[in-house]
Design a protein around this ligand. Structure first.
Ligand SMILES: *Cc1c(COP(=O)(O)O)cnc(C)c1O
Length: 359
């Protein structure tokens, strides 16, 4: 049986079908329907963030956030160690990513290197809580305040990670999340934008529905809405989140036991309540990584090179910028299979294959 790095959570069919019947009966399929409204409310309550809008996906969420902050062709300081959508959304909005290298222990942007990257053209800082690990939000906030810059957190991987007593999605000027099927909590495709004032919230609400209220065309917009069928999947899945996290935690703990002292692992702050979204291991070098992957692939086990390449090395960037820490980590980091119903036997097998490969 094939084992992938992740497997989408699927709720009991009857629970979803009940929503589908009701949606078809009502004839209301999209445009801020009752299930979208209900899911938004449940998420606001769960996360403690009253200004949350559900959107099409985590990429549109980032693009809407960039637009909401009125960033036009400026520089955005970001991390090279993330999924490609972080950087492609900046480029898609015709802005320039300026890469600041990461910390070798948390894999998040290194706040000590941010100020040196600020220029008169800098319009925002866009850090990523990579793997659901918290950025140094306190240091970043201090720098942002000092320079009068907004902070836009790509929190796509941080759903249900809590830090300093609150949701990681509640930091920054704006935070975005992805509810893609591969993420811990999902609506099949989807995402959200979280802001902290009514004005920004209303601007985002307007932009995601083409910028108009009936015949009143107020500003440039796009279609960033999500459908009733997607919201229904979210409503089904939300109540399973605690169970999903506790099963992921058990799988992670088993990997910890089998791999302790054999592979390097990130060091995380004590105040983190982690969501166990990923299980990255750091191998000695890229050759070791390729050997481990080959060994696992031969048994139809497919870990992923999350995250590779370091995004400062994307071939379509116009300017090359060096980020040695990120490049080094990206070359030797591998995410092992992790999902709620991964069997303990499989965790043991995966771990022993890793250990065999590294000798
Ligand atoms: C998944 C992800 C995205 C993109 O989200 P989609 O919903 O797939 O568009 C953006 N940034 C990061 C860090 C991600 O992990």
């Amino acid at each position: 049986m094939k084992i992938n790095v992740t497997k989408s959570f699927v709720p009991p069919a009857v629970e979803y079908m009940e929503y589908v019947s009701k949606i078809l009966e009502s004839g209301c399929l999209t445009n801020q329907g009752p299930y979208v409204v209900e899911l938004e409310q449940r998420l606001k309550d769960t996360l403690g963030t009253p200004y949350l809008k559900l959107v099409t996906n985590g990429t549109i969420a980032l693009q809407l956030a960039i637009r909401a902050l009125d960033i036009l062709d400026g520089e955005i300081i970001t991390t090279p160690f993330s999924y490609v959508a972080t950087v492609s959304s900046i480029l898609w909005e015709r802005c320039t990513p300026v890469f600041v290298d990461i910390e070798s222990n948390t894999f998040c942007i290194d706040p000590a290197k941010i100020e040196a990257a600020i220029t008169p053209k800098t319009k925002a800082i866009m850090p990523v809580h990579v793997y659901g690990y918290p950025c140094d939000v306190v240091a970043i906030e201090r720098i942002a305040q000092k320079h009068g810059l907004p902070v836009l957190y790509d929190a796509a991987q941080a759903f249900a990670s809590n830090y300093l007593g609150k949701s990681l999605l509640s930091f920054g000027t704006i935070s975005t999340c992805s509810f893609h099927a591969t993420k811990l909590f999902h609506t099949i495709e989807g995402g959200c934008v979280i802001s902290h004032d009514k004005q920004t919230y209303e601007k985002i609400s307007l932009m995601l529905r083409f910028g108009h209220n009936n015949d009143d065309h107020i500003q440039l917009g796009i279609n960033g809405k999500n459908s009733e069928l997607h919201a229904a999947m979210g409503l089904c899945n939300l109540k399973y989140v605690p169970e999903i996290i506790s099963k992921r935690k058990a799988v992670s703990a088993a990997y910890d036991r089998y791999l302790k002292g054999k592979v390097q692992r990130p060091e995380l702050p004590a105040q983190l309540e982690y969501n166990y979204a990923y299980y990255p291991i750091l191998l000695e070098d890229e050759a070791a990584l390729l050997l481990v992957r080959e060994k696992l692939n031969a048994q139809q086990i497919y870990p992923r090179r999350y995250f590779f390449p370091s995004l400062n090395l994307l071939p379509y960037l116009s300017k090359k910028q060096a980020c040695p820490v990120s490049e080094n980590i990206a070359s030797r980091v591998l995410s092992l299979p992790l999902y709620p119903d991964l069997s303990m036997g499989n965790v043991e097998l995966n771990s022993s294959l890793v250990k065999e490969a590294i000798g």
